[in-house]
Design a protein around this ligand. Sequence first.
Ligand code: SAM
Length: 353
Amino acid sequence: MAIKTQKGRDLEEFTARGRGTPSLRVGELIPEPDSLGEPSTIVLLRKDVRNQLRQTQSIVLPDGTEASASQFTEDGNLKNTENSATLAELWEDFVGPEARLEIVLPFLTELFPDKAVSIFESAAGLGIEAAALASAGYKVTANECDSEFLALMNARFTRLEVMGLIESVEATNWRDLDNTSRPGANFGHVMCMGNSIAYEHRDQAIRKIVENLHYVTAPGQKLAIDERNWPMILENYVKKMKGLPMPHQSGAPMYNGTNVVGDPVAYDPKTKLMTFEYRRADIECEMKSKVGRLVMCAFERDQLLVHLREVFGRENVQCFSDFTSLPEKESDRHQYLGDVKPGFLQYVCTKPA
Ligand SMILES: C[S@@+](CC[C@H](N)C(=O)[O-])C[C@H]1O[C@@H](n2cnc3c(N)ncnc32)[C@H](O)[C@@H]1O
């Protein structure tokens, strides 16, 4: 049984008090009637049910651990930090840093021709780009607010002997990168790469982070930000749920590992949140039984771009897909994305001087 109540009431009885959808194990796929072509499954809990659950009971996650009430944020989403130790441990093998850097580093060095301008990597993760840029002679601040990722990032910098080349390491929440918490924009270029912005679950919050990233970008300098090709991921996920053949879903060039795979396991069309699970696919080892989990906002086409254009100015945002420049004309860009089905979309936003 996915959900236990403290008083031992069974799930059916408990959830019957909600409206309709029974059952609620995070990551479990629950058939729903098709409506207007929407995905045929819904997984995350409806807010009213979730609120009840938070007060009275716990949820058993697919790996058998219990998600307690403290694992939900105020607005009812699962926190992404709960299993970040596992996620951080799996991350390097998921990314495959060498293959990623072969593509990403030339893009970044072309984007940032002047090594004297400092770079703030706002969600550095394991510091893969930060280490490479510092080694190439850039003044890099590697920011990572998750303590598990931060610890592994520091260990990685030490292992690669780049710690002395890194300008500084910070653990600032990007929500605090504003005029109140951080008076005076104090960086040059800013990066927010590796689909990090999808950690924000609500459109309003996404807008605030875009404003913050704009704020810390120095006038005349650039923000490099990206997102996964969410409409493609969603389309493939719906196919999978309907038992249809699913085309190979590329995460390249950002995710190149073969030892660790990451797949969508759940989607809620109401909140537009998608749950991904990451696990080892190779050797028998203790890690194999551990599952890294992320709940991310599956952006609609141009949802992020609209915010970037409004904040930076329409003419100051350049669009790329898998590091290739996209057509300027809106309809051509959409056509290209539909035809080529890239894994990632990048945006380069210049803050007017
Ligand atoms: C998907 S990982 C990507 C990490 C890295 N950029 C990469 O591509 O490998 C997203 C990162 O964003 C960080 N992050 C999430 N919310 C954040 C916040 N509020 N402030 C700063 N970083 C955050 C996470 O801790 C995580 O390391």
